[in-house]
Design a protein around this ligand. Structure first.
Ligand code: NAI
Ligand code: MG
Length: 364
């Protein structure tokens, strides 16, 4: 099978870790029968300063017309507002209908790194990517109850649709089924049943979160999800339990804002941002993306941890229906970490990006 992959390094360490992702794809065992070709694409703040566009139309067109998958590094956002600049990630998700952000969080099982949690965790957050408060419809106006005219009121729209809620719950169900299958295939003792936890706050927001909850329930009651356990939990108690008993969870599905918060929180439960991958998933192309940013503090030193990106290659392949290839990558990463000898400074080691990448390649 021939696959074309777009490479969008972006800014900062994005340019150091995306080449690592490419090397991994090129080094996959021939027995998998996969053939990759690559196309370099531009986006980000540097690109904006150079060309006036943070996300050139050519990047979008090439992704749409030529690519089966893509890897996105990171982009820098200026701390003060720059006229004409807005995040290319949000724009990219919109123009390519990438409606789900999928973020697996898994504890490193290695004597070399103490886990931040008591028991190992292995969960996936499935975050709705297109609506909720992130529709960015805000306004500010004078507070009518204030005669002095000094006080203001700001409002933001939280929009939830049954269409988006259905498709995000449906994809969460599919992920839970696949994970249960992979656990069974891994065959260590009795494999745990697949589970999806629906996150909401419908006790307060009975209409918006109420619609999300009811629609997700309905989507997950389709016969093909019969083997899954479906649960729901109110988001604040979810945070509590996620911190105290994270090993409990399998797949968590959430509206945009709660998903954003829960996924950064669960990244903390596995140790370093440099380890956590994600994928943007929708109707067509799949885009793998490490969860970290452009890390200006370590940029140019060649010490960025490539593992978040390498794992993102795995997640991308999983969603391109290539679970065997993904598994090969996950196992090689786990073996590198289990030995714990060649790791980057964020994990207490002294290895460079390139040395870690080459060590993972040796283990593919
Ligand atoms: P960051 O994720 O870039 O860095 C946070 C800390 O983690 C830093 O100390 C950094 O050195 C470390 N770190 C991150 N990735 C690492 C890796 N692979 N290996 C080793 N250490 C790593 O977040 P920060 O500092 O808040 O943001 C920096 C820039 O990145 C900002 O301009 C921000 O807007 C942007 N950003 C972009 C994101 C994206 O493109 N998806 C996500 C988060 C931030
Ligand atoms: Mg976030």
């Amino acid at each position: 099978r021939s696959l074309r992959i777009g490479l969008i390094p972006g800014d900062g360490i994005g340019r150091e870790v995306i080449p690592a992702g490419r090397k991994i794809l090129e080094a996959l065992p021939p027995s998998l029968g996969l053939n990759f070709s690559f196309v370099d694409l531009d986006a980000g703040f540097e690109c904006f300063k150079r060309t006036g566009a943070a996300l050139p139309q050519k990047t979008i067109d090439t992704l749409k017309q030529e690519c089966d998958g893509a890897l996105f590094g990171a982009v820098s956002s200026p701390t003060t507002k720059v006229a004409g600049y807005s995040s290319p990630i949000v724009a990219m998700r919109k123009s390519l209908s990438l409606y789900a952000n999928v973020r697996p969080c898994k504890t490193v099982l290695s004597p070399a790194f103490p886990s931040p949690t008591k028991s190992p965790i292995d969960l996936v957050i499935v975050r709705e990517n297109t609506e909720d408060l992130y529709v960015k419809e805000e306004k500010t106006y004078a507070d009518p109850s204030d005669p002095t005219g000094k006080h203001q009121i700001a409002e933001a729209i939280k929009r939830i649709s049954s269409k988006a809620s259905w498709r995000i719950a449906d994809i969460a169900g599919q992920i839970a089924l696949r994970r249960a299958r992979m656990r069974q295939a891994g065959g260590k003792g009795e494999a745990r049943q697949g589970m999806v936890t629906i996150t909401h706050k419908s006790n307060v927001l009975s209409q918006s979160d109420g619609l999300f909850r009811a629609t997700a329930r309905e989507a997950l009651s389709q016969p093909r999800f019969n083997s899954l356990k479906i649960e729901e939990q109110i988001v604040d108690s979810m945070v509590y339990k996620l911190f105290l008993q994270p090993e409990y969870y399998d797949v968590i599905v959430a509206p945009n804002l709660y998903g954003d918060l829960l996924s950064d929180g669960s990244a903390a439960l596995v140790g370093s941002l440099g380890l956590v991958p994600s994928a943007n998933v929708g109707e067509g192309i799949i885009i793998g993306e490490p969860c970290h940013g452009s890390a200006p503090d370590i940029e140019g030193k060649g010490i960025a941890n490539p593992i978040a990106t390498i794992r993102s290659v795995g997640v991308m392949l999983e969603f391109m229906d290539l679970p065997e290839a993904a598994e090969v990558i996950y196992k090689a990463v786990d073996a590198n970490l289990a030995e714990g000898r060649l790791v980057t400074p964020d994990l207490g080691g002294t290895a460079t990006t390139e040395q870690v990448t080459d060590d993972v390649i040796k283990r593919l």
